[in-house]
Design a protein around this ligand. Structure first.
Ligand code: PCP
Length: 397
């Protein structure tokens, strides 16, 4: 079938076959093979040379995808697991084997790690800003549909509390959402729309009324509370930029007016144009939860590089990269990394002086998958706990 019928999407099979690669790798392999160098055993290390917008930390994602990409190839791969804390210049992965086994896969290896870690990092930063208040990914509409589920998974690895796409059910998460302006407009009456929503939909779906369609947020919030009373779980303020003004004041006012009339149970959900800074500000103003789209799903890729650090057992690297295969160590109490040449004594944590633990796990053993792929719910909780620990250690955005 013509590519156009598949929306010009590349199939998983084509990725696995190495079809997503830069042409210079094909030329390189032709030259190396003709000179008998293609099967040189190398160690290549993946590290982020910088984080976007000078972030001080990030979250790693895409490790499972790389493990499955290289499965069956004669390589050993040592890596931090998905959901690990990222710092610039920390080698997150080491791949060992004949260059011909994985060299041209560099394009897809980086493609997975750069894009998915970018989404996980921004998701984690928004969650870090929201603290214990829920943050849901509302952004699949802002991204190419073919990668929607992969990016929703990355957002959940980053610690989000939910995602709106129906396919997240496959990942063990119930899709989360409220209602669109379109529904209210078709009723031409907010109250009729909210009442119909309540009448038609199963009880387990929270009644969160969108309250910015025709009138201002305070007016519609009170209309929603008066029409659904105890059944109203919350109101969603999706105020368009043309009306935003002082959104924190709007949130405080809505909270005040709901409380004044006995509707303390009604939560305030904010969506539309949010980032980690506005989430922090609106949370302080009294917002209870957040739906974030573009900022998370459109995250800048993390600038990972994958570089040869050893060839036939000898240290060798390009300028700017430290040669020699390294092991990565972590002090989990202080979330501090350190690396040392492979096989030497583990370093001591610079903060507590304790011997640091090897941070890598072996995810492929001569091509055999040995990566214990964690249940996403458990990984999601682990990230949330790590974000709380990071905050407790004094880390900031
Ligand atoms: C948007 C839609 C998305 C939210 C806001 C994400 O509102 O509700 O879920 O926005 P963001 O990408 O700026 O973070 P609309 O586009 O007005 O869509 P709707 O009418 O369905 O609310």
């Amino acid at each position: 079938m013509g590519r156009e019928k598949e929306f010009y999407i590349v199939s998983g099979k084509e990725v696995e076959e190495g079809k997503v690669t830069d042409v210079y790798f094909l030329r390189t392999m032709k030259v190396l093979k003709s000179k008998g160098l293609a099967d040189k055993r190398v160690a290549m290390e993946v590290a982020a040379r910088s984080l976007p917008n000078k972030f001080k930390w990030g979250i790693l994602a895409g490790v499972e995808e790389v493990a499955r990409l290289l499965e069956g190839r004669k390589v050993n791969v040592y890596s931090l697991p998905d959901g690990s804390l990222l710092r610039p210049w920390i080698p997150v992965m080491r791949i060992e084997g004949p260059y011909s086994e994985f060299g041209p896969m560099e394009t897809s290896i980086l493609g997975f790690l750069c894009s998915l870690s970018g989404v996980a990092t921004v998701a984690a930063r928004v969650k870090f800003a929201a603290g214990n208040k829920p943050v849901v990914n509302f952004g699949i509409r802002r991204q190419h549909p073919a990668v929607s589920l992969a990016f929703e998974k990355a957002g959940l690895i980053g610690g989000l509390d939910g995602s709106s796409g129906i396919l997240v059910e496959e990942l063990g998460f119930k899709p989360v959402g409220t209602m669109p302006h379109a529904m209210i407009i078709l009723f031409e009456d907010q109250v009729k729309a909210w009442k119909a929503f309540d009448e038609v939909l199963p009880e387990d779906i929270p009644r969160i009324a969108l309250v910015d369609t025709f009138y201002d947020e305070k007016t519609e919030s009170l209309m929603a509370a008066e029409s659904l009373k105890d059944k109203l779980a919350g109101v969603r303020l999706d105020t368009p930029a043309s009306r935003r003004g002082n959104m924190s004041q709007i949130i405080r006012e809505v909270r005040w007016e709901l409380n004044m009339r006995g509707y303390r149970h009604v939560k305030i959900l904010i969506s539309g144009g949010l980032n980690e800074y506005s989430v922090k500000e609106y949370s302080e103003a009294g917002a209870d939860s957040f739906g974030v789209g573009s900022h998370i799903i459109g995250a800048r890729p993390i600038d990972f590089g994958v570089d040869i650090v050893e060839a036939e057992g000898k240290p060798i690297a390009k300028r700017g990269i430290k040669s020699g295969a390294k092991d990565l160590y972590i002090c989990n109490d202080h979330l501090v990394y350190s690396y040392a040449p492979k096989g030497v004594e583990p370093p001591l944590c610079p903060i507590c002086g304790k011997t640091m633990r090897l941070a890598y796990t072996k995810i492929l053993d001569n091509g055999k998958l040995t990566y214990k792929i964690e249940d996403l719910k458990a990984l999601n909780e682990r990230t949330k706990n790590m974000l709380r620990k990071l905050k407790g250690l004094g880390e900031t955005l």
